[in-house]
Write a protein that binds this ligand. Structure first.
Ligand SMILES: *[C@@H]1O[C@H](CO)[C@@H](O)[C@H](O)[C@H]1NC(C)=O
Ligand SMILES: *[C@@H]1O[C@H](CO)[C@@H](O)[C@H](O)[C@H]1NC(C)=O
Ligand SMILES: *[C@@H]1O[C@H](CO)[C@@H](O)[C@H](O)[C@H]1NC(C)=O
Ligand SMILES: *[C@@H]1O[C@H](CO)[C@@H](O)[C@H](O)[C@H]1NC(C)=O
Ligand SMILES: *[C@@H]1O[C@H](CO)[C@@H](O)[C@H](O)[C@H]1NC(C)=O
Ligand SMILES: *[C@@H]1O[C@H](CO)[C@@H](O)[C@H](O)[C@H]1NC(C)=O
Length: 636
């Protein structure tokens, strides 16, 4: 415990230390003398108020960025940087040379970057309170300023002139030039583009002011408004019309890595916060919905290939992988998604159509990825035609129209304006690949299962349980009011109470959420439910609904399985439900026990597929007599 506390404090200290940078009284940066080295000395050039700093920020171990940042807030938000595509090594140096050149050099003295001066005669440099770093002559005429070479951010009093651009960062923590660009073109139009990453050219304009011939300058004025003006000063377009006082709030407008230009404010003190949190909050942003704005013929769209974009309730676009897919780079939400299953065989003799099924998503589309189109067909026809085609990754069905889509899927979006539904083809399960997997690792792919043991007869609720399989994370989150009402907590999972509304009826349910999943993103949460866990859950429902004790679940799993099989074999299944009359009288009771025993077979190849389980439960297929779960010699 003592160790835990001290390591937490250590962490806090490490985070806060850079704040205690060598605070020197403000002075001009003089010729020849001043330099800053990228190391642990933390020396910076502060603005007179101390609100902005110029110096090196350590971005990764041994990697530094020459930058300007908000110095009085814990976040130390970067507003400008030099040479952003390449971090510099420790020992690199920035200095104002005696002849007025302003340069950054590596530890061997090789020049890495230099300010491009408009004329000779630099007399001094200064970090101003506006966040602008300037080089000026003896008359204080500015010969170079960081405001003229913005990276992704504009600050109050800064202007963006014709040919001025902002390029988004690659990600939240990687300041390299990324995937989007915001430009006041020389023709006067102010445009947001996708960038042809990693090249510099642009691909697709997803927002513009349509001011060709009239746009002159983007102004972020002292009152906190951001707008485009014509040469005569008249306002043509507001980029942000929600202003906040610059004396009470730090402010910035940034083209973020997700392609949205946002105007943020941060209270300078708790007194000035006026109800706002002590953190960056959004005042305004463009475009309103980037997910539906980008439809480009080359490039992936607002998110990576095979991914889809959906606007959250907070208006922030989220990139997610479809069920059965995962991010190629787990650290980059905007990277491509890859299928987690082997592709469908195109061999005619071994057509695998029966090994695949669909995950349906309403209001979802990947426009421009089609290779076949059929009109006046039924949804079932559309499903079958995709299932039978090894090239078909997704089918879109909308108003009698059916489109077949191929990899890689681009411009993915989920939005009410889309309509119709996407039928995303996934391999049912990986029975052969599962053989090596131990039970523990199988548990870790179980994401969520809902179970019903409160209220009415458990058997009636089994049917509901089936439908819960089809619930998304969002719906379960909604049903449980954001996983608020905890019913019990075990070593591996927590059970929450929730309410599922269905056809005007409300049913109290328990939703079981695995801890491992709770710490991961929502995509992981949506992986498939595995049959083994389902079997255990079924047994838990049958046996333990009265005194559900999640804390003993892991240990009791095998005991439960053995006990259930023994009772089944000896025909003493009533012991399982402690003589619950209602349960015993239910005709489906035996069947459910048998199904659960099939699901918990030690030999994964004996376990039925989830689709098969559903058929067995519905009664369309007779349930065969299950073998002893522990004996893997038995075969069907
Ligand atoms: C910085 O240099 C300019 C020009 O020489 C001078 O006007 C100004 O007072 C100096 N500021 C400080 C704080 O030394
Ligand atoms: C700079 O920060 C480091 C920790 O990151 C600290 O050890 C060092 O004393 C600081 N140096 C100065 C000059 O403040
Ligand atoms: C930032 O992203 C770029 C582009 O993917 C990559 O080349 C670079 O190595 C990344 N930088 C860091 C510090 O991770
Ligand atoms: C200013 O310029 C804009 C665009 O060029 C034009 O529409 C507007 O009439 C001008 N306003 C004045 C007062 O000249
Ligand atoms: C900033 O722009 C707004 C909108 O055009 C205007 O009302 C306000 O007076 C301007 N503030 C300053 C300081 O120029
Ligand atoms: C299916 O098997 C492949 C390789 O055998 C494996 O990489 C993949 O993760 C499996 N997919 C699922 C959904 O279990």
């Amino acid at each position: 415990m003592a160790f835990a506390v001290s390591s937490t404090m250590l962490f806090v200290l490490l985070v806060l230390l850079p704040l205690s940078a060598t605070a020197q009284p403000y002075r001009n940066v003089s010729l020849g003398g001043s330099s800053i080295t990228a190391n642990n000395e933390n020396s910076t050039w502060l603005s007179p108020s101390g609100e902005f700093s110029f110096g090196f920020q350590q971005i990764i171990r041994g990697g530094y960025l020459l930058a300007i940042w908000f110095n009085k807030i814990p976040e130390r938000t970067i507003v400008w940087s030099a040479n952003r595509d390449n971090l510099v090594q420790e020992g690199s140096k920035v200095q104002l040379l005696a002849d007025g050149r302003f340069e950054m050099s590596d530890p061997r003295g090789q020049r890495i970057w230099a300010a491009t001066l408009s004329s000779v005669g630099v007399a001094y440099g200064a970090m101003l309170d506006t966040g602008n770093f300037v080089l000026a002559n003896t008359n204080s005429d500015v010969l170079w300023q960081s405001f003229d070479e913005p990276t992704d951010t504009l600050l109050p009093t800064q202007t963006l002139n014709q040919d001025g651009t902002l390029v988004s960062s690659f990600s939240k923590t990687n300041y390299s030039r990324g995937r989007f660009l915001f430009s006041l073109q020389s023709d006067g139009n102010l445009v947001s583009y996708t960038r042809n990453f990693p090249m510099d050219n642009v691909l697709f304009a997803y927002w513009s002011t349509q001011t060709v011939g009239s746009g002159f300058q983007v102004i972020f004025n002292q009152s906190g408004y951001i707008f485009l003006v014509a040469k005569n000063g008249s306002v043509l377009n507001f980029v942000s019309s929600n202003a906040a006082s610059t004396s009470q709030f730090y402010q910035r407008a940034i083209l973020e890595y997700d392609g949205v230009l946002r105007h943020y404010v941060y209270p300078k003190s708790a007194n000035s916060a006026g109800g706002r949190a002590m953190g960056w909050s959004t005042m305004d942003f463009i475009p309103p919905n980037i997910c539906t704005r980008i439809t480009q013929t080359t490039g992936s769209g607002a998110c990576g290939f095979n991914s889809f974009c959906a606007l959250g309730t907070d208006q922030i676009p989220m990139c997610e992988c479809p069920l059965g897919y995962s991010l190629i780079d787990p650290n980059d939400r905007m990277s491509e998604c890859k299928p987690d299953f082997a592709p469908q065989s195109c061999n005619e003799e071994t057509s695998e159509a029966d090994l695949f099924s669909f995950n349906d998503m309403l209001n979802t589309d990947w426009p421009l990825s089609d290779y076949a189109y059929f009109q006046q067909v039924t949804e079932d026809w559309c499903r079958q035609v995709c299932l039978d085609d090894c090239f078909c990754a997704v089918a879109i069905y909308r108003d009698g129209n059916c489109w077949k889509k191929k990899y890689p899927l681009s411009n993915g979006r989920v939005d009410p304006s889309v309509g119709g539904k996407a039928l995303i083809k996934i391999r049912n399960s990986n029975a052969t690949a599962d053989v090596s997997g131990s039970k523990k690792s199988k548990r870790s792919i179980l994401i969520i299962t809902g179970s019903v043991f409160l209220g009415s007869s458990m058997f009636l609720n089994f049917l509901l349980l089936l439908s819960i399989f089809l619930f998304s994370f969002k719906e379960l989150k909604g049903a449980t009011n954001g996983f608020k009402e905890e019913l019990g907590r075990g070593a591996y999972s927590t059970v929450y109470e929730g309410i599922i509304k269905n056809d005007n009826t409300e049913t109290v349910v328990a939703v079981k959420k695995l801890h491992k999943m709770a710490t991961e993103g929502e995509e992981e949460f949506k992986a498939e439910v595995d049959v083994y866990s389902f079997g255990i859950l079924l047994l838990e429902l049958i046996c333990c609904r009265r005194n559900y004790e999640p804390e003993v679940e892991a240990e009791s799993e095998m005991i439960l399985a053995d006990f259930a099989y023994d009772c089944y074999k000896e025909g003493t299944m009533h012991l399982l439900v402690a003589n619950d009359e209602e349960a015993l009288n239910d005709k489906r009771f035996d069947k459910f026990v048998m199904i659960s025993i099939w699901c918990i077979q030690e030999d994964p190849t004996l376990r039925p597929t989830m689709k098969r389980v559903l058929q067995l439960m519905e009664g369309s297929v007779e349930v065969p007599v299950p073998p002893d779960p522990a004996s893997s010699i038995t075969s069907i």
